[in-house]
Design a protein around this ligand. Structure first.
Ligand code: SAM
Length: 279
């Protein structure tokens, strides 16, 4: 393939900051990310943000099929050149956040997400798969390093939050690769990391995912307040009723939400459903 920067230049492409356009060009890094994702000849891959197609091409070399979304139509002539000959790859020029995920899944079957995500929408995109997906087996995604720390955080740390707890319900999450800012064109102001979220291992069942979301929201509502206070404020419980529920869940007096592990939050949400606090 011709040099990516030459292709971008000859197509007269100008980078759009508002779309989070920081492209990767290093072939070794791109192949390593595809390896991290565990993509093989039977894997169907959904990519969000094809960009100039460098990662798309690396995925295409290993996968059964690649479906890639790109919001910026100005990349069409670039992608026509970089993805020439990639017969198993289709680019859809649409805003991924407006797509109907369940309809898309009906067409894809089992798949994984592999992407260097646009940073301005990283968390909503990841949460969408966490909350809505039925046939996604997991995501291997490049995100800002600070976001990666939040996704994979341990209970009780400053990075631990509602996003961590949401992801943990569905599976395991780990940082598999650190990527310095110098690897991107143009160079962003922060370093990045590749995070692997695996829906096929870890995770736990809850009576109601919606109740779990509400419980988690309540637990992190006001980080400096005790869970008991957050309970009283969120669910309109009396102090005595809040104490009783927390005691029944084995949560010590005065505990803050941020100290509870995701499975404990799961058990607590089940109890709130059982007691009729969350319908
Ligand atoms: N995959 C390429 C790479 O690794 O070099 C590009 C990654 S770049 C960080 C993110 C890409 O996502 C950009 O090309 C941007 O135009 C595209 N993008 C941003 N928002 C999008 C959206 N809502 N739906 C689809 N693509 C989007």
């Amino acid at each position: 393939m011709e040099d990516l920067k030459d292709i971008l230049r000859s197509c007269g492409f100008s980078f759009k900051k508002q779309f989070g356009q920081n492209f990767l060009t290093d072939t070794n890094l791109l192949r390593a990310i595809v390896s991290d994702a565990g993509v093989g000849e039977s894997t169907v891959v959904l990519e969000i943000g094809a960009g100039a197609g460098a990662l798309t091409r690396a995925i295409s070399e290993r996968a059964k099929r690649v479906l890639s979304y790109e919001i910026d139509r100005a990349l069409q002539p670039v992608l026509a050149r970089t993805l020439a000959g990639c017969e198993n790859t289709e680019i859809v020029f649409r805003d991924f956040s407006k797509e109907n995920l369940l309809a898309l899944e009906g067409e894809l079957g089992e798949y994984v997400v592999t992407a260097n995500l646009p940073y301005y929408v990283t968390t909503p995109i990841v949460l969408r798969f966490v909350e809505e997906s039925a046939s996604c087996r997991g995501l291997t995604v490049m995100v800002q390093e600070e976001v990666a720390e939040r996704f994979c955080a341990v209970a009780g740390t400053a990075e631990y939050g509602a996003v961590t707890a949401a992801i943990a319900r569905r599976g395991t999450c780990k940082v598999v690769r650190r990527v310095p800012r110098e690897m991107f064109t143009p160079r962003p102001n922060v370093d990045s990391a590749v995070v692997k979220i695996d829906f096929t291992e870890g995770g736990f069942a809850v009576a109601s995912p919606r109740a779990y979301r509400e419980t988690v929201r309540c637990a992190f509502l006001s980080r400096r307040k005790t869970l008991e206070n957050n309970f009283v404020n969120t669910f309109g419980l009396t102090r005595a009723a809040a104490k009783e529920i927390l005691q029944a869940a084995g949560i010590p007096d005065g505990a803050r939400g941020e100290t509870l592990t995701p499975p404990v939050l799961g058990a607590l949400s089940d109890l709130l459903v059982e007691k009729g606090v969350i319908q």
